[in-house]
Write a protein that binds this ligand. Structure first.
Ligand SMILES: [Ca+2]
Ligand SMILES: [Ca+2]
Length: 280
């Protein structure tokens, strides 16, 4: 009977110099170099991915994307980077999702009510697509819109049962941190009220305000900043810059830009230009 001796694994050369043509020392250096190169690649890829994850810009592409960028393959759901919202008439701190891609809306409307996407006051209605609420009683204006001709992203507030509601666009935060929100907002329907009602002080067209808020889904966590009012005369500018630093949010929370109609919703089609959200 042959008893095979098993060599104890004490010889380091068997582990450090895996390639037969390398000495122990060369093998060790080879491994160190391989390790260093791998680490450099790993650090570089993490830096690149975190940079792309932590900065985003809203363009018409994001509004027009019916499938969204989240894994469920449906646009404007909880897994998407950019989402579009309307303020609930009966609970101002809560928002609902604009859940209908307007290209799906038949020209005759839903139940003969909604007439979008051909919003009566959009500049290029046939080239404008976006998001509205499925049971909206009046789809002429309210929603988040992208004009393919002008390249503009627009939000329009709404009214329901005499309550003037805001609309919002939100960015899903990819990692905990402080974010810098920049962009421009502009009233595209400057309509100072000059009639009898205006002279009596019952101003309807009264511009809009913007807010930057942190939210979880449709629920407001905190208001971080606000600006305006802009538009509709009264000596005020038609628009201005949004520039808000130190918006602290946790991964998965939403940073949202709200367009609030103040007293009157009907003339507040608002351009959202160069909206960028970047990790500081
Ligand atoms: Ca989705
Ligand atoms: Ca206006």
């Amino acid at each position: 009977m042959v008893v095979q001796s098993i060599e104890p694994a004490t010889n380091p050369s068997k582990f450090i110099a895996p390639l037969p043509f390398l000495s122990v020392k060369q093998g060790f250096h080879f491994m160190l170099r391989t390790l260093a190169v791998s680490c450099a690649f790993a650090v570089a890829s993490v830096l690149i991915s975190s940079q792309s994850l932590s900065a985003a810009e809203l363009t018409t592409k994001e509004v027009l994307d019916q499938k969204g960028d989240g894994p469920d393959g449906q646009g404007n759901t909880a897994d998407d980077t950019w989402q579009f919202w309307f303020q609930l008439a009966h609970n101002k701190n809560q928002y609902g999702v604009l859940d209908l891609y307007s290209a799906n809306v038949p020209k005759g409307g839903i139940n003969r009510k909604v007439t979008g996407p051909i919003a009566s006051k959009l500049k290029n209605p046939d080239d404008t697509v976006g998001w509205i609420y499925h049971s909206d009683w009046d789809g002429r204006m309210e929603g988040a819109w992208a004009d393919k001709k002008t390249g503009l992203v627009m939000l329009h507030p709404y009214v329901e049962k005499r309550t003037h509601g805001a609309v919002a666009v939100s960015y899903k935060v990819p990692e905990d941190g402080k974010y810098h929100v920049t962009g421009k907002v502009k009233d595209l329907m400057v309509e100072p009220f000059k009639g009898v009602v205006g002279r009596l002080g019952m101003v309807e067209h009264d511009g809009f305000e913007w807010m930057v808020e942190v939210a979880e889904g449709g629920n407001k966590v905190k208001e971080v900043a606000k600006g305006g009012p802009y538009g509709d005369g009264d000596g005020r500018a038609d628009g201005g810059d949004v520039d808000v630093k130190d918006v602290e949010a946790k991964k998965g929370q939403l940073i949202r830009l709200v367009i609030s109609p103040r007293n009157w919703w009907g003339s507040d089609l608002t351009a959202i230009e160069n909206l960028k959200i970047e990790k500081q």
